[in-house]
Design a protein around this ligand. Structure first.
Ligand code: ADP
Length: 161
């Protein structure tokens, strides 16, 4: 059975993340979407809220029932082993993502040679979408419709009301 671990901060989940998750579910038997808790010190949404938003978003995704949504602390490769994941799934947007991802993939391979990192090129409609941009737009009351699912948009509106 192929199990892929898709880690990120998902603060909040966007259609960019969902595009990768949806396509990942076509390739792997199981997808573990995991919030890396120790990445950003002051997230906009706490872990519980982010878990809820990811789970709600998966309701509309084909094969979403084969996805597990969790959170973890510590080293990604340790968590991959804990989940019995043989693949780390990451999305690539622009050249700017490449350098960091390249470094991380090599470091993770060194730490856990049995775990392969698989990259998926961003969807053509999501290449410019990032959680950070979404947060910034929402902070100033801008329209994030079409970048995140409607229930996430609603949460952002409530947060910045
Ligand atoms: P962000 O950079 O949006 O805060 P995360 O840290 O949550 O995202 O990213 C988790 C993974 O999802 C990373 O591999 C990232 O490259 C990928 N990702 C995020 N947004 C997109 C997008 N619009 N298209 C493709 N991959 C994306």
């Amino acid at each position: 059975m192929s199990v892929a671990l898709y880690p990120g901060s998902f603060d909040p989940i966007t259609y960019g993340h969902l595009n990768i998750a949806q396509r990942g579910l076509k390739l792997f038997d199981k997808l573990v979407i995991a919030i890396a808790e120790n990445v950003r010190k002051t997230p906009l949404f706490d872990v519980e809220e982010r878990l809820e938003m990811i789970r709600a978003s998966l309701a509309d995704v084909d094969g979403g029932d084969r996805a597990e949504v969790t959170a973890f602390n510590g080293l990604l490769v340790d968590y991959a082993q804990q989940c019995h994941a043989n693949v780390l799934l990451r999305g690539l947007r622009a050249i700017s993502d490449f350098e960091f991802e390249f470094q991380m993939a090599h470091m993770n391979r060194r730490l856990a040679p049995g775990v392969e990192t698989v990259f998926m090129m961003t969807g053509e409609e999501q290449f410019y979408v990032s959680s950070q941009m979404v947060r910034e737009i929402a902070t100033f009351g801008g329209n994030v419709g079409g970048l995140v699912p409607p229930h996430v948009e609603q949460r952002l509106r409530e947060r910045f009301a």
